[in-house]
Design a protein around this ligand. Sequence first.
Ligand SMILES: Nc1nc2c(ncn2[C@@H]2O[C@H](COP(=O)(O)OP(=O)(O)OP(=O)(O)O)[C@@H](O)[C@H]2O)c(=O)[nH]1
Ligand SMILES: [Mg+2]
Length: 315
Amino acid sequence: MNDLDTVFDDVLPPDHRSGVVSVVGRPNVGKSTLINRILGQKIAIVSPKPQTTRRQQMGIYTDSKSQILFMDTPGLHTPHHKLGEYMVGVAEEALKDADIILWVLDISVEPTKEDRQIAELVERSRGDTPVILALNKVDLVDPKTREAHLDAYGELVDNEAAIMVSAVQGDGVPDLVDYLREGMPEGPRYYPVDQVSEVNMRFIAAEVIREKIILNTEKEVPYSVAVEVEEYKERSETMTYISATIYVERDSQKGILIGKNGDMIKRIGSEARAELADMLGTQAYIELRVKVLKNWRMDEDLMRRLGYRLPKKGD
Ligand SMILES: Nc1nc2c(ncn2[C@@H]2O[C@H](COP(=O)(O)OP(=O)(O)OP(=O)(O)O)[C@@H](O)[C@H]2O)c(=O)[nH]1
Ligand SMILES: [Mg+2]
């Protein structure tokens, strides 16, 4: 969507705007899909299952007039383990750092109990930060239901605007970006025009592998998985080698992930290979292992080992 062809690093208009938009909401409403759509590129993994995003991830939107830093956050929910607590903490922190809070909601259903809880949290944490509602999944509802739900959502929290969008189809997204840009303070361009994210390919590779696991498994398995890329090598101009370990919490989950005759792990590997090859523009060779790290989601030390940046004990 960015008009990058007309953007040059050294020419900034005097009223150039920049700032942070924290994207929050309950799990599965389409926060990551919306950010990928705005950036015109997949930087965050997406799935039909809730609690897909686990960390704060920045997406950098640049056009000739502005640079908006979108903070994708884990869906706000009631946590049942340390990982969940960590995820909710990340989203709550993001509320405090924002120039605008973009609260994504699912207009295809009525506001839920979780939405009302989030309204309270937003009111508590926002200070004087403006809140904009992105009423997503508008493609799923007829106009009459839409209008009825629009009123209900508008009443959840004091807001500057409620904009209906379809992150999947793109409707309303340019209007939303215009609105967000208007609300940004004047400021410099913090990142080069061609940078869309802060994370490196190694992290994206781990996330793509995790996405394929989420899409291919059921029940607790998607939630019990962590992926660590141990080796990431550009072997040649046409070949990238990636070796990763998939951690699960129990032996039974290891069995499921390997599958009968190794079918499951092969499928995950080949789906990840296809997507990563596409992203990288090279062939990808992926080697996967599965290891058990008993109840890692309950254990802060193990979570730290897996790269979740928890505060040190005693902080
Ligand atoms: N029909 C429709 N589906 C959508 C839309 N936006 C997102 N989805 C679907 O909703 C599901 C959840 O999308 P995500 O982007 O992973 O949601 P999220 O809010 O980031 O979820 P968490 O990371 O778990 O908090 C996926 O299956 C998306 O394809 C939309 O505008 N219309
Ligand atoms: Mg997400």
